[in-house]
Design a protein around this ligand. Structure first.
Ligand SMILES: CC(C)(COP(=O)(O)OP(=O)(O)OC[C@H]1O[C@@H](n2cnc3c(N)ncnc32)[C@H](O)[C@@H]1OP(=O)(O)O)[C@@H](O)C(=O)NCCC(=O)NCCSC(=O)Cc1ccccc1
Length: 237
């Protein structure tokens, strides 16, 4: 078993295998949008991928049950569509703490294209929702996105290192205001995208309703919450 930054222990061999599969799948997704091989080759690859899908679906977790590797309080989410090491869809963006917030570098491939050569605008929204949400979590202020605004100053080029940042600018009660940017790694102070969001910790009754059926891999109720929340799994134990 291994741990990361105070999170729940996890199976290191399983984590390594999930990350390896995620890496292989991301390579497949990227190759699938760049390839120029003939139709017959595409059909052969499609058949091979379906065979692989059959092996993965031989055992699946029930709806509502978190993956065994996840820790909802520390926000270790291996299949998260932005940061998850096991996600075929995620770039993945690895965020780390910096003074006052979070930061991560990434290069978006062709699978995320909107206008030719540039990042899809919706992808910027997805990424910034994650970055700003991570900033609230690092500050112990988990909430759900209530509002997300983006200003697209310049297009984000593909296959180019960019840096994403987020920081909490106001916090009080259940509400946090968070701001962030996407910029070229070589010009981090000139934002291409500016984002601002309001995250709100849902009222207790809403939280109970939304996450009533969420369990961890052992079947224990495991709703997302702020780390200081007395109802958080492990709190007071
Ligand atoms: C829970 C809540 C957001 C708020 O409901 P309640 O608890 O009933 O809140 P209540 O009405 O009591 O207001 C409390 C305070 O909040 C303020 N405020 C409220 N709204 C707004 C606003 N729009 N704009 C500005 N402020 C607003 C309001 O004025 C008040 O402020 P005050 O105290 O007077 O100063 C509810 O609307 C909801 O469920 N929305 C859907 C959320 C959803 O699905 N999100 C997407 C999925 S999450 C996601 O993706 C993130 C993620 C990423 C990565 C990984 C994981 C997660």
């Amino acid at each position: 078993m291994s741990t990361d930054s105070g999170g729940a222990p996890y199976d290191a061999a399983l984590m390594s295998a999930v990350a390896d599969l995620g890496d292989a799948l991301r390579g497949l997704v990227d190759a699938s949008v760049r390839t120029a091989v003939p139709a017959a080759d595409l059909q052969e690859v499609a058949a091979a991928v379906r065979t692989a899908t059959g092996r993965l679906t031989a055992a699946v977790r029930p709806p509502g049950q978190l993956p065994a590797l996840d820790d909802p309080v520390r926000f270790r989410r291996v299949y998260n569509p932005v940061a998850g090491v096991g996600s075929a869809f995620a770039p993945p963006l690895r965020l780390r703490e910096e003074p006052g917030g979070v930061v991560g570098e990434v290069s978006f491939g062709l699978a995320y294209e909107g206008p030719p050569g540039f990042l899809h605008g919706g992808m910027s929204g997805l990424v910034m929702d994650q970055v700003l949400g991570a900033a609230t979590i690092r500050a112990g202020l988990w909430g759900m996105t209530a509002r997300l605004e983006l200003d697209y100053r310049r297009p984000v080029p593909l296959d180019t290192p960019v840096v994403c940042r987020g920081r909490v600018t106001e916090a009080g009660g259940r509400k946090s205001v968070v701001t962030g940017t996407i910029a070229l790694a070589e010009a981090p102070d000139r934002p291409l995208v500016e984002a601002r969001a309001v995250f709100v910790l849902p009222r207790e009754d809403l939280r109970a309703e939304y996450f009533a059926r969420v369990t961890d891999a052992s079947g224990r109720h495991a709703p997302p919450s702020r780390p200081t929340d007395a109802t958080a799994p492990g709190a007071g134990e």
